[in-house]
Design a protein around this ligand. Sequence first.
Ligand code: ADP
Length: 168
Amino acid sequence: MIELQRGDITKMEVDAIVNAANSSLLGGGGVDGAIHRAGGKAILDECMAIRNRQGGCPTGEAVITTGGNLPARYVIHTVGPVWNGGNKNEESLLASAYQNSLKLATANQIKTIAFPNISTGIYHFPKQKAAEIAVKTVKDFLAASDVVEKVIFVCYDEENFKIYERVI
Ligand code: ADP
């Protein structure tokens, strides 16, 4: 089951929200900054522990932490690709970011999960193409999933919201 909402992902009452993180896991701007501000120090502490263990998170992969002070119990931090013209494997790396987030959700018995529009902000991935990849990857995953039941795409900007309305 797929839903679409306009708004701020930090407010979502779901089992897990996904963060469009960067490889350092140390926080940043955009949705990453918003999640760390709203969720508090517990999230950064766990990110630091993961960094010390495995040296950050490669592009296309995902890690999980507490949701700290957020309504969501967990944050899944995934690193989408920086758009670099389209010949740097960006499309499959974006699909991997969604897939690996959903695999981690499955491993943690997460039933409801909210995604932001990964890579479409500071990382400049074209929004239409990103939405098509996000929706197809999530649909394919849900069709074969017996753990994750609901995926909510949370669009912060109007342009993405309109694109997702059409794509879904
Ligand atoms: P990236 O570096 O992956 O491009 P950004 O955070 O810059 O990450 O942008 C990803 C998307 O997150 C953008 O579409 C942006 O509009 C959106 N965004 C920013 N703040 C929030 C928020 N509080 N909730 C949901 N989405 C957000």
